[in-house]
Design a protein around this ligand. Structure first.
Ligand code: AVJ
Length: 320
């Protein structure tokens, strides 16, 4: 047991909607949908880590290079003795860059929806940063959060990398930024945002040659089979991820390849041949359009960093 590592704490109210509720609701709708947050059970989190290593998926390596290149400046903007609160912490890889550059950070609070995965990855971090108080939280950052206070109430800064913001429609994204601002008690937010670009490059990033994104998408069905005893045939669905240029977003679907019936929680669900199930949106922004949205959410956008090809952006937003 690492002395600096607190026990995994749940911050999502237990009466909340479950995967089963959400799936029954989403598959009962026309058109059918599954909420993208359910990608991230332990298997899905690992598949996502594999996506981040793909040659076509430029996002992760571009963002990491930006964080490394500007770590000193970022640390200066964050200031000393902070608590870093990460929304959707995943593999905990990127925060190391911040922790190494930050001036005497006091605490790191990773929040993730996959408690199993968080539990596994947080130990290595605890061993590498013995002076840091680690407060792993399992929860859903789209719901109201009851964040536990830390002993000395350090200044809090938010970290929201990976363009996770892109999963939300613009109105919801704005509301989410607002809610994050409220949970930061006046502290700033460092956010990573994928940019609009050549649609061919965007398309390739979500339709990789190795088929990992297809497996990631189909993990929703596998997860329903594992956790809820559903009988989805993953071969009976195709991964389909077109770029909707007018809406500036990648849209992901699972398309039923034949007419089929699937049993879920004792109820039959019919799929027509060719019927889509919407599983994810991944919105792309320009630097300006993101800064405008951040303004409307009550932030003052300050520094912004991008790469030579303008593939990805990292934004420092101050609370107003
Ligand atoms: C983690 C939500 C940012 O939208 O690019 C990767 C998830 N989906 N490939 C993204 C994802 C398909 C990813 N985000």
């Amino acid at each position: 047991m690492d002395a600096n590592l607190a026990r995994l704490q749940s911050v999502t109210p237990p009466e909340g909607e479950s995967f089963a509720d959400s799936l029954l609701h989403g598959l009962g709708k026309t058109p059918k949908e599954i909420a993208c947050k359910y990608f991230y059970d332990e298997a899905g989190s690992r598949l996502f880590d594999a996506i981040c290593e793909l040659p076509e998926y430029y996002q992760t390596r571009t963002e990491i290079a930006l964080l490394r290149r500007h770590a000193g400046e970022i640390a200066g903007l964050m200031g000393p003795n902070v608590e870093i609160l990460e929304f959707g912490a995943g593999s905990l890889r990127k925060v190391r860059i911040l922790l190494d550059a930050a001036h005497a950070p006091i605490a790191y609070t990773p929040l993730d929806i996959s408690g199993d995965y968080l539990k596994t990855v947080v130990h290595a971090l605890a061993a590498d940063y013995p002076a840091l108080a680690l407060r792993p939280l399992v929860g859903d950052f789209t719901r109201p959060l009851a964040l536990p206070a830390l002993p000395d109430n350090p200044r809090r800064v938010g970290f929201f990398p990976g363009s996770t913001i892109g999963n939300f429609k613009p109105d919801a994204a704005m509301a989410l930024l607002r809610a994050m601002r409220a949970s930061l008690n006046g502290g700033g937010l460092l956010a990573g945002v994928d940019l609009v670009k050549d649609p061919v490059k965007l398309h390739a990033a979500y339709n990789d040659a190795a088929g990992i994104t297809a497996l990631f998408n189909k993990n929703l069905l596998m997860r329903a089979n594992r956790e809820l005893g559903a009988d989805f045939d993953p071969e009976g669905f195709a991964h389909y991820a077109p770029y909707n240029a007018a809406a500036h977003r990648i849209e992901m679907y699972l398309i039923s390849l034949r007419r089929q019936s699937v049993s879920l929680c004792g109820r039959p669900f019919e799929f027509a041949a060719g019927e889509p199930v919407h599983t994810e949106d991944s919105h792309k922004y320009t630097i300006e359009s993101f800064r405008e949205m951040a303004c409307r959410a009550g932030f003052n956008p300050r520094a912004v960093w991008t790469d030579e090809e303008r593939l990805f952006s990292v934004h420092w937003l101050e609370s107003r």
